[in-house]
Design a protein around this ligand. Structure first.
Ligand code: SF4
Length: 268
């Protein structure tokens, strides 16, 4: 799929989201917020749901939490138009309450379809509701700043996920801002590992030219594929290609069997 085709597919999803009435959240919305960013990116940030400002503008992360997300991206020399940003639910929960399980379930197909189109190497989860989508059972206090394989049912079975607190949490608890900044420094490294995983997957699958999206996951989801994030909070960003530059979406398929990413990467 070309970037133009991806943009068209994402736009089609956004049109559906704009008029969606699958759950009660449509009743109070001003505008649905499907998400935005680069269609050619390798990195997708997934938050919880739109807030007051997002609901008014129809764009994700445009309020104070959005400004902090921008700062986090800048701290690793990335920009928001180099990644894709979306949420677990596309309409604002009233009073910024937590989304209910049935609302998350109703909205899940949109996120799944966006991920199928984008096929990211890395998904950065912002907050526990997003984390639960990709790594059910994980606890944000234990896994923030670490990456692991996405759950096979998440829609991105060959991607890595990197867990972070939601930026809005730092607006209420100031000490979390430094935690977020520290965790963010691990995101480029996670992308490096995600790229290596894809290259290793391609090598393991050499000669089997079939679409990776039809491949079965070859390792246990949420297995011991996690690494502690950096303790340091220094904001010196590593030199890193932007998250849409150097890895083609046309990565060959995963092997049918025998591929063990922990063995390939020797990470943990
Ligand atoms: S939150 Fe999702 S499922 Fe619910 S109305 Fe909005 S777009 Fe539809």
């Amino acid at each position: 799929m070309t970037d133009a085709e991806r943009e068209a597919a994402l736009a089609a999803i956004a049109v559906e989201v704009a008029v969606c009435k699958r759950c009660r959240l449509h009743e109070g919305r001003t505008r649905a917020v499907p998400g935005e960013g680069s269609a050619g990116t390798e990195v997708v940030f997934v938050g919880e749901g739109p807030g007051f400002n997002e609901d008014k503008q129809g764009r994700p992360f445009v309020g104070q939490a959005g400004a902090l997300l921008d700062d986090l991206l800048k701290s690793v020399l990335w920009a928001r138009d180099e990644v894709f940003i979306t949420n677990v639910v596309k309409c604002r929960p009233p009073g910024n309450r937590d989304p209910e399980p049935d609302e998350i379930a109703a909205c899940a197909p949109y996120l799944t379809r966006q991920l199928e189109v984008l096929d990211p190497a890395l998904v950065v989860t912002l907050g526990r509701f997003s984390m639960a989508r990709f790594n059910p059972g994980a606890r944000i206090g234990q896994v923030h700043g670490t990456f692991r394989l996405a759950d096979a049912e998440s829609g991105v079975p060959r991607a890595l996920t990197f867990a972070m607190y939601h930026p809005a949490a730092a607006l209420h608890q100031g000490s979390l801002k430094q935690t977020l900044l520290g965790d963010m420094q691990g995101v480029p490294q996670a992308l490096t590992e995600a790229r290596a995983l894809r290259v290793a997957s391609a090598g393991a699958g050499a000669g089997e030219a079939r679409d990776a999206r039809n491949a079965e996951p070859t390792s246990a989801p949420g297995s011991s594929y996690a690494v502690a994030g950096p303790d340091a909070v220094a904001l010196q960003a590593p030199e890193m290609d932007p998250p849409s530059a150097s890895v083609s979406h046309e990565t060959p398929a995963l092997a049918d069997a025998e591929f063990d990413p922990t063995a390939q990467l020797g990470l943990f």
